[in-house]
Design a protein around this ligand. Sequence first.
Ligand code: NAD
Length: 355
Amino acid sequence: MSYNIALVKGDGIGPEIVDSAVEVLCEIGKKYNREFSFTPYAAGGNAIDKYGIPLPKETVDGCKASDSVLLGAVGGPKWDTLSGDKRPEKALLGLRSELGLFTNLRPAKIFSSLKDACTLRPDIIEKGFDLVIVRELTGGIYFGERGRRTGKYGEEAFDTEAYSKFEIERIARVAFETAQKRRKKLTSIDKANVLETSRLWRETVHEIAKEYPDVEVSDMLVDNAAMQLVRDPSQFDVVVTSNMFGDILSDEASQITGSIGMLASASLGSTKCGLYEPIHGSAPDIAGKNIANPIATILSASMMLRYSLDLQEEADTIDKAVEKTLNDGLRTADIAKGKEYLSTDEITKEIIKRL
Ligand code: NAD
């Protein structure tokens, strides 16, 4: 069986970390007799330099025609002064929307060998945590009507949040199904004490809950959730929330794991073709130095095998090789705590040795 994977390496450390993940995939291909073919496409700052726009049509078409998309990260200081539609991040929003990717899955778990990198108190870390944030990705305030106008106090700006029942139903189903495959506990996060969209969110999640009686569901206000995540993250299994709340909470969840260089994400829609990327950005401060941590991207490739290509055993093998590498004490600079560390290339080779 062969699989056609679109590679959007992006900017900054993007090319280095995607190359590491490709090396791992090629090795997995040899081990399990799978054929992966890779086609690179431009997006973000490099596409602006080459084509004058962050997301060329060729990239959209190529990604749509692929079995799945592996992305590094986009953006950097070179393009920071560009306005609105010209910004590199537009490539991400555009790709998600063109591929109809309405769900973002972000696992956040503590690796036992990296407990000392976690920023929480030892008694909290001791309990461990392993949660998944299911974030709605194509609706809400990031896609609502916006603009500038003259208001009561002169110039003002506005952004609007709108959610249809349909959008809430489909993300709720993904969240319940994710919970069914895990510890069967779902926390729905909203701001229903203030926002009308949150009240529809809450009502709809409870309607959908009737289809999943085996999943225990509860609601939590977003301000409380932000607090609970650092107070006792072990209470969460699957969390479902809107686009903006998910954006903020998933960064908080990643921070408490110790390093953003370790966390993967998957964006999924109604077809098998998903977009897989590390949660961190293009890290321009360390680009080109061969010191970036490639693990988030390697684990993103593993999620791609699991969710888009149905290659569970291959995905398990990658996850175990990463865990073993860490358990053997091998580290990149971001997680070495000032001790000896390996380069991007070296840690990639160590992971490959353990596949
Ligand atoms: P960042 O995630 O790129 O970097 C934050 C810090 O974490 C930096 O010190 C960086 O060196 C470090 N870091 C990140 N990934 C790492 C890795 N794999 N290994 C080791 N260290 C790592 O966030 P930022 O600095 O706020 O943003 C830099 C650029 O990335 C900006 O242009 C931003 O717009 C863009 N960005 C892109 C995405 C994306 O493509 N999905 C996401 C966030 C930010």
